[in-house]
Design a protein around this ligand. Structure first.
Ligand code: SAH
Length: 245
C-alpha cells in the first residue's frame, strides 16, 4: 500500500495540529479539566469546615472557562492549572483556584449583580466573577498590578470589569450599594466602609485576621434590621490588606 498523496488541506491540518501554539492550547484545556477535578476534590475534603458537598455548577463552569494561564507570569504558565496560589510579582499572589471558586460560591451573586472586589491582583477572580454577574468593579492598591490586570482583562474581552487603582479599604462609593463584595487580601477586621456599601440581604466574603497569624474566611450578611450576621467558613492564609500606598 502506498501513502495517499499529501493534499494541501492535510498539510494545513498537520501544521495546525502540531504547531507549538495549537499543542499548547490543547494542553491547557486538559490541564484545566484536571484543575476542576482538583477543586471538586478539595471541596469534598473541606466539607467538614464549610458544610458544602459541592459548589454551584455555574461557578464551576466559569472556572472551567477562564484561561488562568493568561493571568500568571509567562514563566509560570506551565503551573497555571495546579490547584495552588502562584506569585504574580510585587510579592503578591494569584489565589488558589479552590479559594476563588469557594469565595465566588459563597458570595452567591446572580446575573444582575453588581459586585465589588478588593484586591484585583492578576484579575483572575474578577474574570471568573464577570462570567456570572452584570458588572465587576475591582480595586488594586499596587499600580503595576492594577495596570497589568486591566490590560489582561481588556485583551481577553472581559468588558464588564472595571479596574481602579487605589486603597480598597474605603470601597468604591460611586457604584455602591453592591450585591456582593469579595475581599482577596486580609484585614484584621472587616472594613466599616465596605459593610456600609453592601446592599441589605447581600454578602461580603472576606478573610479576617492578623498578618501571618490565624485568618478566618468569613461571610458577612447584612440583615434587614441592619445587623451583620457573621459565619466563619474556613481557616485561610491571605496576603495582608495594606493601607495608604
Ligand atoms: N484576586 C486576586 C488575588 C489577589 S492577592 C487574583 O485573582 O489574582 C491580593 C491583592 O490585594 C494584591 O494584589 C494586593 O496588592 C491587593 N491589596 C492589598 N491591600 C489592598 C488594598 N488596601 N486595596 C486594594 N488592593 C489591595
Amino acid at each position: 500500500m502506498t501513502a495517499p498523496p499529501c493534499r494541501p488541506s492535510s498539510v494545513i491540518f498537520f501544521i495546525l495540529a502540531f504547531s507549538p501554539c495549537a499543542f499548547a492550547v490543547g494542553e491547557y484545556e486538559a490541564a484545566r479539566r484536571d484543575m476542576i477535578e482538583a477543586v471538586n476534590s478539595m471541596v469534598a475534603d473541606t466539607r467538614s469546615y464549610t458544610g458544602l458537598a459541592s459548589l454551584d455548577d455555574k461557578v464551576m463552569q466559569a472556572m472551567a472557562a477562564v484561561p488562568r494561564h493568561e493571568f500568571v507570569p509567562a514563566p509560570l504558565r506551565k503551573f497555571a492549572y495546579l490547584n495552588d496560589p502562584l506569585p504574580i510579582g510585587e510579592r503578591q499572589t494569584i489565589s488558589q483556584p479552590y479559594i476563588v471558586a469557594l469565595m465566588t460560591h459563597l458570595a452567591a451573586p446572580d446575573k444582575a449583580a453588581v459586585v465589588l472586589e478588593v484586591g484585583t491582583g492578576s484579575g483572575y477572580q474578577a474574570a471568573v466573577l464577570s462570567r456570572l454577574v452584570h458588572h465587576v468593579y475591582t480595586i488594586e492598591i499596587i499600580e503595576a498590578l492594577g495596570k497589568r490586570a486591566k490590560n489582561t482583562l481588556a485583551r481577553l474581552g472581559y468588558d464588564n470589569v472595571t479596574v481602579i487603582i487605589g486603597d480598597g479599604y474605603n470601597g468604591w462609593q460611586e457604584h455602591a450599594p453592591y450585591d456582593a463584595i469579595i475581599v482577596t487580601a486580609a484585614p484584621e477586621q472587616a472594613p466599616q466602609p465596605l459593610i456600609e456599601q453592601l446592599k441589605t440581604g447581600a454578602r461580603m466574603v472576606i478573610p479576617v485576621g492578623a498578618q501571618y497569624q490565624y485568618q478566618s474566611l468569613q461571610v458577612l450578611e447584612k440583615q434587614k434590621s441592619g445587623k451583620i450576621e457573621i459565619k466563619d467558613v474556613l481557616p485561610v492564609g491571605f496576603v495582608p490588606l495594606t493601607r495608604g500606598r
